[in-house]
Design a binder for this molecule. Structure first.
Ligand SMILES: [Zn+2]
Length: 199
C-alpha cells in the first residue's frame, strides 16, 4: 500500500513537472516571437529581463531601475482604474502585459522638451506630417495584441512621462480586448485624435 502511494506520488510529481516544463516552453516560444518583433521595429537588442513589483514583464536594452519599474506599474494602475470606470473587464492585470524598453532615438522633441522617443517605420503614417523620411518618432508602439505587448523608450528622468506613455499605449490594447469598434476608431492617430482616449 505504501509502495503504491509512493509510486502515485512519483507519477504526480512527474506529471506536474511536465506541465510546468511545457508552459515554460510555450512561454519562451512566445517571448522569442515578441523579442524578434521588438528587435525588427527598434533595431535594438533586449538582453535584460525584469519584472515590476506588480508583475509586468519587462525586456530591456539595459537593467531598468526601480523608479522605472514603479512608473510602469503606476501607468497600468491608472489605466485599469479608468478602464473599470468604462465597464471594461478584460486584461486588467499587470501580469497580462509585456513591455520592451528600447534605446531612445531622440531625447528632445522639436520644442527642445525632454521627450525620449523611438524611431519606428512610418507604416500608416507614411506621407503624413509625422513622417520624417520613412520613420516617425513615437513615445511608444504596440507590438502585439495577444499577448499584450508594447515598446517604450528608456528614460533617465521625468518618470511621470513613462507612466503616461504606458497608460496611452495600454489604451489601445484595452480597447482591442474590450471595445473593438472604439479600438478601430482610435487605433490610427494619423487621422486625428490622441491620448488619453479613456476618460
Ligand atoms: Zn496611440
Amino acid at each position: 500500500m505504501n509502495k503504491l502511494k509512493f509510486l502515485l506520488q512519483i507519477v504526480f510529481v512527474l506529471a506536474v513537472s511536465l506541465v510546468i516544463f511545457q508552459n515554460a516552453e510555450a512561454q519562451s516560444r512566445v517571448d522569442r516571437i515578441l523579442i524578434n518583433e521588438a528587435e525588427r521595429i527598434t533595431g535594438d537588442d533586449f538582453p535584460v529581463y525584469a519584472e515590476t513589483p506588480k508583475g509586468v514583464r519587462v525586456f530591456g536594452v539595459n537593467q531598468p531601475n526601480s523608479k522605472m519599474l514603479n512608473a510602469i506599474d503606476q501607468g497600468f494602475t491608472d489605466l485599469f482604474a479608468v478602464a473599470r470606470k468604462n465597464k471594461y473587464s478584460k486584461r486588467l492585470n499587470h501580469s497580462d502585459y509585456t513591455i520592451f524598453i528600447a534605446r531612445a532615438d531622440r531625447t528632445k522633441d522639436s520644442n527642445k522638451q525632454y521627450s525620449p522617443d523611438i524611431a519606428v517605420p512610418s507604416g500608416q503614417y507614411a506621407g503624413s506630417v509625422y513622417d520624417k523620411g520613412g520613420f516617425i518618432y513615437a513615445a511608444g508602439m504596440v507590438l502585439a495584441y495577444k499577448p499584450c505587448a508594447f515598446v517604450i523608450a528608456e528614460h533617465t528622468k521625468d518618470l511621470q512621462r513613462v507612466s503616461n506613455v504606458v497608460r496611452y499605449e495600454g489604451e489601445h490594447l484595452i480597447l482591442y480586448h474590450n471595445d473593438r469598434s472604439r479600438y478601430n476608431k482610435t487605433a490610427d492617430h494619423s487621422t486625428g485624435g490622441g491620448h488619453p482616449i479613456l476618460q
